[in-house]
Design a protein around this ligand. Structure first.
Ligand SMILES: Cc1cc2nc3c(=O)[nH]c(=O)nc-3n(C[C@H](O)[C@H](O)[C@H](O)COP(=O)(O)OP(=O)(O)OC[C@H]3O[C@@H](n4cnc5c(N)ncnc54)[C@H](O)[C@@H]3O)c2cc1C
Length: 449
């Protein structure tokens, strides 16, 4: 499949999964991104028949728009063991999937913008290098790795065992494997809300009818908080726009993934590079952003949010001014009004990134751009996700992946499948509990590297 032309990011291609809506399912998963699809795969491997309901198309939102980095480098201490498991799961999935989605241990390198950042990298590598295989490279080693660069970097943080994969292809491939294992997927089918009996989940109501189930997972990416709020569950999730471009195939100058402030690049399997304006994110301030401000105060005042603010959010976005927050189960919901969240990329930000790249790599020059896009990254105030059962019996949540969910997704999928079926998750998940947002107490922020 051609990464640039084979998978449009939107509704313009026909659905691949059009299963009839069953009257009943062992479990219902809301959202066909990497989290929902991997959970379905691992539930099906347990012998269950899970149903994935996706309002648009499988992996048309964040899970296809990302850079394709699968990294341990720089991760939060609580995520590290999980992403180590995820890398094993990625290999397991690549072996069972019919389609090649370009999984490689190509290495990930963080290039520091200044001396202070280099020191942060050194501290992270000192604390977690043994577990992650991360090492610090000196100036000369960076020069050897990036011979075409002017190399202003005093060093770099590097993990040779980190992976890359093609996001446009990976999640659709895993979805096919999940179906082969017994999962049912239906695209173009929004879940409007939950049905309950005696305080426990008894089913979901979709735009195409109701499905009975005792187990529901909300893995709805940027839409999770909007969905959950109607059910009385509050999570302070916001979404920020991140810009990406794909170059046309070009001569090889680096075979892995690397990034400096405001610029990153990853070699794709078609010989082009996926490049992004790392750290240049835009937040459109809507009612949820205002309401959640106290939760985000540490990030905002600490200057670690790396954000510029915009007004107002586009029509029908999850935090749009006029986006409905309440609806009856027999009326159209925001999920049907916006099948695929497809923000326009900032050409200015991407052009600045290309200028920076050309200055850093004068021998390579300004690459020819084949395609530009953006995605809305769902984020949490402490930059780690929510992975927990909700107070409503039968309802689980796995969301707020904060720009890290592609790489860690297969392990969270395995974990959710086990949690939903009463097995032990195999990792300490206390850092990801929902109750940490019950008050405005100070949060433990994820690493700022
Ligand atoms: C530009 C960009 C770059 C990134 N780079 C990386 C990277 O290099 N490495 C990495 O690990 N992560 C990266 N990420 C983050 C990663 O892509 C996400 O964390 C991950 O894809 C989130 O997966 P998800 O399944 O939680 O959500 P999503 O992929 O957003 O899927 C959620 C799905 O739920 C559906 N949905 C929502 N509401 C409903 C409803 N009511 N009914 C039915 N369906 C519903 C949506 O349509 C959507 O398809 C990046 C993200 C972006 C945007």
């Amino acid at each position: 499949m051609n990464i640039l032309h084979g998978v449009p990011l939107g509704m313009s291609h026909a659905p691949e999964h059009e299963s009839a809506l069953p009257a009943e399912a062992d479990a219902v998963i809301i959202g066909g991104g990497i989290i929902g699809i991997c959970t379905a795969y691992y539930l099906a491997k347990q012998g269950l028949k899970p149903l994935v309901l996706e309002k648009g198309r499988v992996a048309a939102e964040q899970s296809a728009r990302n850079w394709g980095w699968i990294r341990k480098t720089g991760r939060d201490y609580a995520e590290l063991p999980i992403v180590i498991e995820a890398q094993e799961r990625w290999e397991e999935l690549a072996a069972v999937c019919r389609d090649d989605f370009g999984l490689r241990r190509a290495g990930v390198t963080f290039l520091p913008k200044d001396e202070a950042q280099l020191e942060k990298y050194e501290a992270w590598a000192r604390d977690f290098g043994e577990a992650s295989g991360t090492v610090m490279l000196g100036h000369a080693q960076v020069a050897a790795m990036l011979p075409d660069a002017v190399n202003p970097w005093g060093g770099a943080m590097h993990t040779a065992s980190d992976m890359v994969a093609e996001p446009f292809e990976a999640v659709p491939a895993i979805a096919r494997a999940a179906v082969a294992a017994g999962a049912v997927i239906r695209e173009g089918c929004a879940v409007r809300g939950l049905e309950r009996a005696g305080g426990a989940v008894s089913g979901v109501v979709t735009e195409a009818g109701a499905v009975k189930t005792k187990l529901v997972l909300v893995a709805a990416g940027a839409w999770s908080s909007l969905f959950l709020r109607r059910e009385g569950v509050s999570i302070p999730q916001l979404s920020v726009r991140s810009n990406v471009l794909a170059t046309a195939p070009m001569p090889l100058f680096f075979d892995g993934a690397a990034g400096e402030d405001a610029m990153s690049f990853r070699r794709r399997k078609d010989g082009g590079y996926t490049m992004a304006s790392l750290g240049v994110n835009h937040l459109w301030v809507g009612p949820d952003a205002v309401r959640n401000l106290p939760h985000y105060r540490q990030l905002i005042w600490g200057g670690d949010f790396g954000m510029s603010y915009r007004l107002p959010a586009a029509k029908d976005w999850p935090d749009g001014l006029r986006t409905k927050r309440r609806w009856a189960l027999d009326e159209e919901t925001p999920f049907e009004r916006m099948r695929v969240l497809d923000p326009r990329p900032s050409d200015a930000a991407l052009d600045r990134m290309l200028d920076k790249f050309a200055a850093r790599f004068p021998k390579v020059g300004r690459p020819k751009v084949a395609r530009r896009w953006a995605g809305m990254i769902d984020t949490m105030p402490d930059v780690v996700p929510v992975v927990d059962h909700a107070s409503i019996e039968g309802l689980s949540i796995c969301t707020g992946m904060c720009g890290h969910g592609f790489g860690i997704g297969p392990a969270f999928g395995r974990i959710m499948a086990d949690m939903m079926t009463g097995h032990t998750p195999g990792h300490d998940l206390s850092r990801f509990r929902l109750a940490r947002f019950d008050s405005y107490a100070r949060l433990e922020l994820g690493p700022d590297v």
